[in-house]
Design a protein around this ligand. Structure first.
Ligand SMILES: [Fe+2]
Ligand SMILES: [Fe+2]
Length: 215
C-alpha cells in the first residue's frame, strides 16, 4: 500500500469513529448539555486539553528530526496556548475558576500515551490526526447545534479556524513517511490506541457531567 492510500485508510478509520457518535453526541461536544454548570465543566476539561497539548507538542520538538514537522510542532505549541487563553476567558467571565480542574483518569491516560510515542509517524497519527481529528469533528457539531449557546461557539469558531488551516497536515506526513508495512502497522495500532482512549475519556466525561461521578 502506498503512503497516500494508507493515509486515506487511517482518515477513514477516524471518520468512522466520529460518526459512531452522530446518533448520541458526547458531553464533550456540548450538544446534549442543558445547563451552564454542565457547559463550564466540559469547557474546563477541554481547557486542560489545550494546555496539555501544548506541553506534548513542545516536548516532542527535540526528538523530531524532520524540520518541517518540528516547525509545525513549534507553531502548534503557541496555537494551543492561544486556544487555552480563549477558553480561560469564557470560564472566568462566567464567574468560575478555570484551573481548579482535576483531569479524568482516561484523559490522563490518553495524553500520557501520546507523550510516550517516540516515532514521528506514530505521533502524528495518534495525536494530530486521530486525536485532533475527533476534536475538530465535535467542534463542527457544536457550531452547528442550536442547543449550544453563543458564548461557547465564539471561542470555538476561532479555534476551528486555526485547526482547519493545518487539518490535512498529518495525512501529508503519513503519505510521505508511512511507506513501509512495518511503519504502517505501528501507525495503525497508534491510531487504534488513540481512539480507544478517546472513547474512554468521553465516557469518563459523560459520567462526571451527567452523573456527578468523581474520581
Ligand atoms: Fe487547540
Ligand atoms: Fe490543535
Amino acid at each position: 500500500m502506498t503512503g497516500k492510500e494508507f493515509a486515506e485508510e487511517m482518515l477513514g478509520r477516524v471518520r468512522a469513529f466520529c460518526q459512531s457518535y452522530d446518533a448520541r453526541p458526547p458531553a464533550y461536544s456540548y450538544v446534549p448539555l442543558k445547563t451552564d454548570e454542565q457547559r463550564i465543566k466540559v469547557m474546563k476539561s477541554r481547557l486542560f486539553n489545550e494546555v496539555r497539548s501544548a506541553e506534548i507538542f513542545g516536548g516532542w520538538l527535540k526528538s523530531t528530526p524532520e524540520l518541517d514537522v518540528k516547525a509545525t510542532l513549534a507553531e502548534a505549541v503557541h496555537e494551543e496556548m492561544r486556544h487555552a487563553a480563549l477558553l480561560e476567558q469564557q470560564i472566568r467571565e462566567r464567574g468560575a475558576e478555570p484551573y481548579d480542574y482535576r483531569p479524568l483518569p482516561a484523559q490522563m491516560a490518553m495524553f500520557n500515551a501520546f507523550e510516550g510515542l517516540t516515532e514521528t509517524v506514530e505521533r502524528m497519527a495518534a495525536f494530530p490526526m486521530a486525536g485532533e481529528g475527533v476534536a475538530d469533528y465535535m467542534i463542527v457539531k457544536s457550531l452547528r447545534a442550536d442547543s449550544v449557546p453563543e458564548w461557547i461557539k465564539a471561542p470555538y469558531r476561532a479555534i476551528n479556524e486555526d485547526e482547519e488551516t493545518h487539518g490535512n497536515y498529518p495525512a501529508e506526513v503519513l503519505t510521505k513517511h508511512a511507506t513501509t508495512p512495518e511503519r504502517q502497522e505501528r501507525v495503525r495500532r497508534a491510531v487504534e490506541m488513540s481512539l480507544m482512549l478517546r472513547r474512554q475519556y468521553f465516557e469518563n466525561l459523560d459520567r462526571w457531567v451527567f452523573e456527578g461521578r468523581e474520581w
